[in-house]
Ligand binder design. Structure first.
Ligand code: COA
Length: 183
């Protein structure tokens, strides 16, 4: 993917600051039972999604431009959890022929444990079955119990371990997969 590190305009900086504020707004809020809708990511969602990526995966190599570019790639599908103007989480599928990688899923810390991750998973699985995919594969840190629990709940099981796959900190990855069978 293209990494764009060119100097940005003052409008660009202002827009990024606004997104950072929005993401912080989401971090500081504790709205039990808050309603959100699951929707496909739109261009105006990208900077909030990027802020969530940075909050949930400090040191990420993904850039805002990566998220923006993904909108032009038909093989990539991003679902977001939207509550008014606030994005609470996102999940991404990268489809290749009849298979896909679940590239990412993240929910703002203040909104976890309320089913948003599960609803994002449902959106990805719906996309997968609509596209008649045969399998989805993903990698997860072996210590990431909430994510592993979520994936197992949606029919994924571990098929392999990739030793020292992750850096900072170094950790093994569990490779998990789910198959789809069609009548
Ligand atoms: C994984 C993640 C997306 C889940 O989002 P969420 O909105 O909390 O998901 P849900 O509320 O739908 O479900 C969370 C499940 O994890 C369970 N859980 C929470 N903490 C847990 C723990 N320490 N061990 C096991 N299960 C745990 C919850 O009980 C719930 O399961 P249940 O519905 O069967 O009760 C969220 O934790 C997150 O953003 N994590 C940081 C980013 C990340 O690690 N992404 C995965 C990269 S591979």
């Amino acid at each position: 993917m293209q990494r764009n590190i060119n100097a940005e305009s003052s409008e660009g900086k202002a827009a990024k600051n606004k997104c950072r504020e929005k993401a912080k707004e989401g971090c500081g809020t504790d709205m039990k039972g808050a309603e959100s809708v699951i929707d496909a990511m739109k261009p105006e969602d990208c900077c909030q999604v990027y802020e969530i990526e940075k909050i949930c995966f400090p040191g990420t190599s993904w850039t805002l431009e990566d998220f923006q570019a993904s909108l032009n790639v038909p093989e990539q599908y991003y679902a977001v959890a939207r509550q008014g103007a606030l994005i609470l989480g996102f999940a991404a599928l990268y489809m290749m022929a009849d298979t896909a990688d679940l590239v990412n899923i993240a929910v703002l810390p203040a909104y976890r444990g309320r089913g948003i991750g599960g609803r994002l998973m449902e959106a990805l699985l719906r996309k997968a079955t609509d596209a008649r995919l045969c399998e989805i594969t993903l990698e997860v840190r072996v210590s990431n119990k909430p994510a592993i629990h979520l994936y197992e709940r949606f029919g994924f099981s571990q098929i392999a371990i990739r030793r020292k796959y992750y850096k900072s900190p170094v950790e093994d990855a569990g490779i998990m997969q789910r198959h789809f069978v069609y009548a």
